[in-house]
Design a protein around this ligand. Structure first.
Ligand SMILES: [Zn+2]
Length: 221
C-alpha cells in the first residue's frame, strides 16, 4: 500500500479504497474504472430522494406537484434571480395552500417570523410563484410569513434567516447580490401582486445578504 496510501494519507476515508485499486492489478480493473469515475470531479449526481434539501438549514415539507414543474435547473434554465414574497397568511395556512393541488402556486422556500426555513420545492424544479413563466424558470422564490401592511411581521430573526438563505442561493448559482437580481414579487413584469410591500427594508436586507455571502465565500475559498 505504501505509495498510494502515502499519497492519499491526508484525505480521510479515501486511502483504503484507493490503495486496494492501485495494488490489486487486473482483477480489479472494473472496480478501478468505476472508482475513477467517482473521483473524476464531475458534479455529484442530482438526487431526488424524498426530503432532500438544497439548503442545509431548512426543514422539508413537500408542496403539491401541481404547484410546480419538474425541471433540471440550472442545466435547463440558469438560476439568475431571487424573488422575495410575503405570504399574506400565517405559516400553517401557507404550507396548507402549497400542499393543495388546487392552489396552482407555491414557492421553493417559506421563512417564518421565528427564522425557521422550510423548503417545499427543490431548486431543480420550476415553482409557480412569480406569475410569469420566464421569471419562474429563472428564479428561486422565497416567501416570508406575514402581511405587507404589518411591518412588525418582518422580524429580525426572519430577515437574518432569509438573508442567509438568499446568500447561499446566490453563492451556489453565482448570482450577484444586488437589486437587479434580488427582487420583489411586485417587480415581476405582468404581476398584480404588491409583495413584499413598502415595509420590507431592502437596504437592510441587501446588507445582511452581502454580509452572509462574504462569510460563506471566505469559508469556501
Ligand atoms: Zn408574492
Amino acid at each position: 500500500m505504501g505509495k498510494a496510501s502515502a499519497a492519499w494519507g491526508g484525505k480521510g476515508a479515501t486511502p483504503g479504497r484507493r490503495a486496494v485499486v492501485v495494488g490489486g492489478g487486473l482483477a480489479l480493473l472494473g472496480g478501478a474504472i468505476a472508482l475513477g469515475e467517482g473521483l473524476s470531479g464531475s458534479p455529484a449526481p442530482r438526487r431526488r430522494a424524498p426530503g432532500d434539501l438544497d439548503y442545509a438549514d431548512a426543514r422539508w415539507v413537500a408542496a403539491s406537484e401541481a404547484n410546480y414543474r419538474i425541471a433540471d435547473r440550472p442545466a435547463d434554465y440558469p438560476v439568475e434571480l431571487v424573488v422575495v414574497h410575503v405570504t399574506q397568511a400565517d405559516y400553517a395556512t401557507t404550507v396548507r395552500l402549497f400542499e393543495d393541488p388546487r392552489h396552482e402556486a407555491a414557492s421553493h422556500y417559506v421563512v417564518r417570523q421565528s427564522g425557521q426555513v422550510t423548503q417545499m420545492i427543490r431548486e431543480l424544479d420550476v415553482a409557480f410563484h412569480a406569475g410569469n413563466r420566464w421569471y419562474n424558470e429563472h428564479s428561486v422564490g422565497i416567501e416570508h410569513e406575514g402581511f405587507v401592511t404589518r411591518p412588525r411581521d418582518f422580524t429580525d430573526a426572519m430577515y437574518a434567516a432569509s438573508a442567509r438563505l438568499t446568500a447561499d442561493v446566490c453563492h451556489r448559482y453565482g448570482i450577484p447580490v444586488d437589486r437587479r437580481h434580488i427582487i420583489g414579487h411586485a417587480e415581476v413584469p405582468g404581476t398584480d401582486h404588491t409583495d413584499p410591500g413598502r415595509h420590507w427594508d431592502w437596504p437592510r436586507y441587501l446588507g445582511l445578504v452581502r454580509a452572509a455571502r462574504e462569510a460563506a465565500g471566505s469559508k469556501k475559498a
